[in-house]
Design a protein around this ligand. Sequence first.
Ligand code: NAP
Ligand code: MG
Length: 399
Amino acid sequence: MVKIKMAVPLVEMDGDEMTRIIWEMIKEHLLVPYIDLNCEYYDLGLKHRDETDDKVTFDAAYAIKKYGVGVKCATITPNAQRVTEYDLNEMHKSPNGTIRAILDGTVFRAPIMVRGISPSVKTWKKPITIARHAYGDIYKDTEYKVPGGSLVELVITSEDKETRLPVFDFEGPGIALSMYNTEKSITSFAKSCFNYALEVKQDLWFATKDTISKQYDHTFKDIFQDIYDAEYDKQFKDAGIEYFYTLIDDAVARVIRSEGGYIWACKNYDGDVMSDMVATAFGSLAMMTSVLVSPEGQFEYEAAHGTVTRHYYKHLKGEETSTNSMATIFAWSGALKKRGELDGNEALIHFAERLEKASVDTIEEGVMTKDLALLSEIENKKVVDTETFIKEVAARINS
Ligand code: NAP
Ligand code: MG
């Protein structure tokens, strides 16, 4: 069989623990037999990040900027315990945070839906993709425990003047915080959302609390609307999709009543909370994909879950594992499909679609890992180990 060629390299970022094991298995059984893989490889495994003083993470992010598409394995974000476990020189920052900062991107998370695993919300028939604005707001706030008898003010010092706004006159003790965002970041967020909606041809919903927060949240609403009117209205109409703004409370109610099939753009905190709710209601974190999209249209695909540490320790002890590789397979298929689209490589696009279909078919035919067996309503399930699942998918690629 002739292998599919790739003209432009895909940026491949290897990772840690159980997902690193899965990564290798996916390449061996599902990719290398079909594709002449043209990848620029970056080892983001924790030990190698440490050896390079984390330079490898930066290099990988710049490579995505250069080539446009990357695929990333889950990685450890070190804490004090990891510093000891891996004998690190430093407690390096989260690679995802580093890459996101360089690409200035927005993360879109979407569930993989399969027959037999029904969302907890009965009306949901299609995936709901959540886009979280991962900049500012309470994640970068300044907080203060205020003693009784204090006046809290907001002071804005500009070049030529100082503005003081009274916040609250405290008789007894209380609390206060201030937070911020920038027009630049909100603009990038909006553009990433509009571009991604066009990309996947789905409606875009956005919601804030602009009736209460007349300056702060209203600025989000206005920036989205201005950019939409100026740059996207015609493109959306041509694509047959809609931009829909509503109040956050109304959005929550509508989401629950909806049948899915759209992108829900959320402010930072809303996205943090709602993505966990939506992921849980769709069934499993192991079935959640994630793509980082930059405002300039660069894409980085990954699984939404972590390195599945508990399974890795079992694997190291020689025990059998049943780790779900679906989200990591879909990270690869998403990246390959995108590479194919950008390069006009039909064979690559077609292969990525076959791979996704084979993976979904495997589960719908009853072959699945332990986590899904607990959720699936299908009868006569066959629970398999990590590698057997991937081999079962391989067996279905050609069928
Ligand atoms: P996790 O790796 O997502 O795993 C949490 C638990 O969820 C697992 O122990 C497992 O439950 C279940 N699970 C997650 N993915 C699964 C899969 N593919 N198949 C089957 N079960 C799955 O989260 P964590 O334990 O909080 O974090 C572990 C490491 O991952 C940390 O070092 C963290 O820094 C890193 N992390 C990386 C990323 C990323 O790179 N994007 C994201 C999150 C976390 P059971 O043990 O009950 O089977
Ligand atoms: Mg959260």
